[in-house]
Write a new protein. Structure first.
Length: 159
């Protein structure tokens, strides 16, 4: 008897793509709440230990970014304040505040989708993340940036 092997039919997906798709689910939750659609997760040893999406409007808190929500959830899960063995996945390049927070959390790796040339931390000429933090950008960039572009397109039409 031959067992059906799904891998014969379905192409393998990279871990970065898999987790970015999960971060996009968080971004869509933000969109449903009329928040800027950015989603984030923290992954440790292949397991999602923190999720978050923008809540700045709902909480009336300019610091309630997706990354901050996911990082806080992850440290609550681990019971510690540092995340050196973890990866932060976020649909948009982190801002200076969130990149700075990743320094204090000592995040091992940051993987982001769309580049943000206007507000992203990469526009600075200095490294504000932890010296040991690895950074990868542009994962599923089109899908991530299109969600944000569409959000602002609709906002402009309403006004």
């Amino acid at each position: 008897m031959r067992y059906y092997n799904f891998s014969d039919e379905i192409p393998a997906i990279s871990p970065d793509d898999f987790f970015m798709k999960e971060a996009l689910k968080e971004a869509r939750l933000a969109l449903a709440e009329d928040e800027i659609p950015i989603g984030a997760l923290v992954v440790c040893k292949g397991q999602i230990i923190g999720r978050g999406h923008n809540l700045t409007e709902r909480l009336n808190d300019v610091s309630a970014h997706a990354e901050m929500q996911a990082l806080t959830a992850a440290t609550n899960y681990t019971g510690g304040k540092y995340l050196p063995d973890c990866t932060l996945y976020v649909t948009m390049e982190p801002c200076v505040m969130c990149a700075g927070a990743s320094y204090w959390f000592q995040v091992g790796k940051i993987v982001f989708g769309a580049y943000d040339t206007r507000l992203g931390f990469g526009r600075l000429n200095q490294k504000i993340t932890h010296p040991k933090t690895l950074i990868t950008g542009g994962i599923m960039e089109n899908e991530c940036s299109e969600l944000v572009r569409e959000f602002f397109r609709k906002k402009r039409l309403k006004s």
